[in-house]
Design a protein around this ligand. Structure first.
Ligand SMILES: Nc1ncnc2c1ncn2[C@@H]1O[C@H](COP(=O)(O)OP(=O)(O)OP(=O)(O)O)[C@@H](O)[C@H]1O
Ligand SMILES: [Mg+2]
Length: 237
């Protein structure tokens, strides 16, 4: 948990709207959202299916861009308006600064565990077996480096995916229902691993979940309803 005195803005949403146009009908998923996430903060986002939680993460990661408004990320003492970058620059920014964890793990089936985990390093041009293996040892899978994803349990796959999201030392972790496909016990184990990493490395963690027990660990809990984000719980006043 971050001290209220040390709050530093990391991600700022400035009147962010996302409107999908489908069959000539506009669907406003985010409606002029203003919000600030602080460095090292753990934020949980709740909300019903279809309320726009994944859309929000996709905008912050630069996978998609807002229809209106800006998303500003402070990094290396610079404020970068990610929503104003080109697609190529957003991809480069994401590779360097953001780690993403998905509900269905999204490991590459044709690559073994070590190859999956080192991929972000390779894309950034700083390949290191040592970094990858030390993280894999930490998640208890140091002896499975040559294994292919289809030979791993769901919990093991998510531990690999967490390692892959963290290996390039990003400052932001976006996790979209990371325990949604795991039983309760495995989900708790995976969450504990993720929170331990975040505690040690100080990343800002935005985690989407339907699980109120997970949300109880967060610094702040936000709810997405009718295109707006509202705070429903705040342990850092
Ligand atoms: N590319 C797209 N084109 C059109 N509509 C989209 C697109 N992506 C998402 N939507 C719509 O936007 C709304 C929000 O979707 P989103 O995936 O963000 O919801 P969610 O809160 O993550 O839901 P879930 O909990 O089911 O994952 C949904 O109604 C969805 O159908
Ligand atoms: Mg979603």
């Amino acid at each position: 948990m971050i001290s209220p005195l040390k709050k530093k803005t990391h991600i700022r949403l400035d009147k962010v709207s996302k409107i999908y146009v489908e069959a000539k009908k506009d669907l406003t998923v985010l409606n002029q959202v203003d919000e600030v996430f602080h460095k090292g903060e753990f934020i949980c986002v709740l909300g019903k299916s279809g309320s726009g939680k994944s859309t929000l993460l996709n905008l912050i990661s630069g996978i998609d861009v807002p229809t209106q408004g800006r998303i500003i990320i402070s990094s290396d003492n610079q404020d970068i308006s990610i929503s104003d970058l080109t697609e190529k620059d957003r991809t480069l920014f994401r590779r360097r600064h953001i780690g993403i964890i998905f509900q269905f793990f999204n490991l590459i089936p044709t690559l073994n565990v070590l190859e999956n985990v080192t991929l972000p390093l390779e894309l950034n041009g700083n390949f290191s077996i040592e970094v990858a293996t030390s993280l894999m040892n930490r998640v208890g899978l140091g002896n499975r480096l040559e294994t292919y994803p289809d030979k791993l349990s769901a919990g093991e796959q998510q531990r690999v995916a967490i390692t892959r999201a963290l290996v390039h030392n990003p400052s932001i972790i976006l996790a979209d229902e990371p325990t949604g496909n795991l039983d309760a016990e495995t989900g708790n184990l995976v969450l504990a691993i993720l929170l331990e990493f975040v505690q040690d490395f100080g990343q800002t963690l935005l985690l989407v979940t339907h699980d109120h027990e997970i949300a109880s660990h967060a610094d702040r809990v936000l709810q997405m309803t009718n295109g707006k984000l509202t705070v429903i719980e705040n342990s850092v006043n």
